[in-house]
Structures are given as structure tokens and as C-alpha cells.
Design a protein around this ligand. Structure first.
Ligand SMILES: Nc1ccn([C@@H]2O[C@H](COP(=O)(O)OP(=O)(O)OP(=O)(O)O)[C@@H](O)[C@H]2O)c(=O)n1
Ligand SMILES: C[C@](O)(CO)[C@H](O)COP(=O)(O)O
Length: 227
């Protein structure tokens, strides 16, 4: 069975701020992206790794790989102006027509290997597998008139990556014109009228987005080292 992982890291990290995009910032002594690629490689070295970066960053990334002696084999693909376009470019680089592809945010280095494994397993039989976690807090829905209403949280899930698919289906799904509702790959898939399958993600697989997330990431890594 062919297996690939598209690691999307073609963004600018505006919410993080600072001169260096968040995917290259060091946590635990090396760039965030290297942690993410390692999780997949250490799970199964035969997974084809496709790293989507802003086209202008290729030489910077290659310098980082030399600096950190990063040897994990991967293919570089230039990203687009949106996450949708970056994923689509990654999908174009896959030449085989049968198999599975996990699409994962480069800035989610704390994904657990058993979640990735389960995502490939479920997608093989059902077409898709989307990692989600339950909410711990109460939630309220806001309306335009400034009011808010209680919502039953058991009917909601936070959506993470990996989002894993049969390659023929997700390639077909990405042939559409991009719309605003495409906030992730699941929404593109279900735009075809196909139901997505949900799997349990791991709560610590958060998306590094703002500066305090980096501090939390450092904390998680130091805790792991101490174990
Ligand atoms: N044109 C884009 C935009 C985003 N991404 C990737 O999609 C993932 C999730 O996006 P997000 O956290 O929003 O990253 P950024 O777009 O970089 O962040 P920001 O919105 O703060 O600029 C990240 O790994 C990001 O690099 C991408 O590959 N190509
Ligand atoms: C794909 C994603 O990480 C799932 O939670 C999320 O939708 C990305 O959103 P962003 O707007 O790019 O931060």
C-alpha cells in the first residue's frame, strides 16, 4: 500500500509575529518542522514525505538541514497563497493513483504516532480519517445582536490534523474552485457530498500559532526529556 504524508508549512505565521516564520523556529533545540517530520519517519520510514514550503524558503530550509544535520529524506514542493493551494500543490506531486495520504500541519509537532497509524487504518476502509478532540470547556454561540446562547458541547469537536484520505478521492475533491469554507481538508472532501470519518486525536497535538504556544511546546518537550 502506497503511503504519503504531505506536511504543509507554506504559511507566513503572521499571528506568531517576528522575522522568522514559526515553522522554522526552534523548540527543544531544533526547528518545529524537524520534530514533525521525525514523528512520521520514526513511525514508518517508507512513508513518502512531502514538505510544502513557501517557494522562496527552499534555500533557507536546506541551510537549516545542514546546520542541524537533518537527514530524513523528503521532497520539497512550493506552497501557494492559501493552505488549500499548498495542499493542492502537494497532492499534484504524488504520482501513484492508489494509496493513502495523510495531510498534516507542519506546526503540529506533537501528533502521536498511534493517531497517525489509526488515521491510515481508518482511511483505508472508509476513504477518510479526521483527527478530532472533544471540548473541555462549556461553549456559547454568539449572535450579531451581541447575545449568546448555550450550546451542548457533546455535539462539537475541535478539528486537528492529520486528515488522511484515499488518494484518488482527495485528488478529485481538490479539483474544485476554492471557497471560504475550506478551512481544512475535511471540508474540501465533504464538498463532494462524501461523509468524513472522525478518529480520536491527541489533545497535546495543538497548532503552534502564537508566542505562548512556543513556550508550551518547550514545556512539553522538557517534560518528555525528564521521563
Ligand atoms: N499558504 C499557506 C498557509 C498555511 N499553510 C500551512 O498550514 C498550516 C496551518 O496554518 P496556520 O497555522 O494558519 O499557519 P500560517 O498561515 O502560517 O499562520 P498565520 O495565519 O498566523 O499567518 C501551517 O503549517 C501553515 O504553514 C500552508 O502550507 N500554506
Ligand atoms: C487545518 C486546521 O489546522 C484544522 O484545525 C485548521 O483549520 C487550520 O486553520 P488556520 O486558519 O490555517 O489556522
Amino acid at each position: 500500500m502506497n503511503k504519503a504524508a504531505i506536511i504543509v508549512a507554506g504559511g507566513k505565521g503572521k499571528r506568531m509575529g517576528g522575522p522568522i516564520a514559526k515553522q522554522y523556529l526552534p523548540i527543544g533545540g531544533k526547528p518545529v518542522l524537524m520534530h514533525t517530520l521525525e514523528v512520521f519517519y520514526q513511525l514508518d520510514a517508507s512513508i513518502e514525505l512531502i514538505l510544502v514550503l513557501p517557494g522562496d524558503d527552499f534555500s533557507y530550509w536546506k541551510e537549516l538541514c545542514q546546520e542541524y544535520d537533518f537527514q530524513i529524506p523528503h521532497q520539497l514542493v512550493a506552497g501557494g497563497n492559501s493552505r488549500f493551494q499548498s495542499v493542492r500543490n502537494g497532492l499534484h506531486s504524488i504520482t501513484w493513483t492508489e494509496g493513502l495520504v495523510a495531510i498534516h500541519d507542519g506546526v503540529r509537532p506533537f501528533v502521536r504516532q498511534d493517531v497517525i497509524e489509526e488515521s491510515y487504518r481508518v482511511a483505508e476502509t472508509s476513504g477518510s480519517a479526521i483527527a478530532v478532540v472533544a471540548l473541555k470547556d462549556s461553549i456559547r454561540k454568539l449572535s450579531d445582536d451581541g447575545k449568546s446562547t448555550y450550546q451542548e458541547r457533546q455535539y462539537f469537536r475541535l478539528v486537528q490534523t492529520p486528515q488522511t484520505f484515499q488518494i484518488d478521492k482527495i485528488k478529485k475533491a481538490f479539483q474544485v474552485t476554492e471557497i471560504q469554507q475550506f478551512t481544512d481538508d475535511a471540508t474540501v472532501y465533504e464538498h463532494q457530498g462524501w461523509q468524513v470519518s472522525l478518529i480520536a486525536g491527541n489533545p497535546e497535538n495543538f497548532k503552534i500559532t502564537t508566542p505562548e504556544d512556543l513556550e508550551y511546546g518547550e514545556f512539553l518537550l522538557s517534560k518528555r526529556k525528564a521521563q
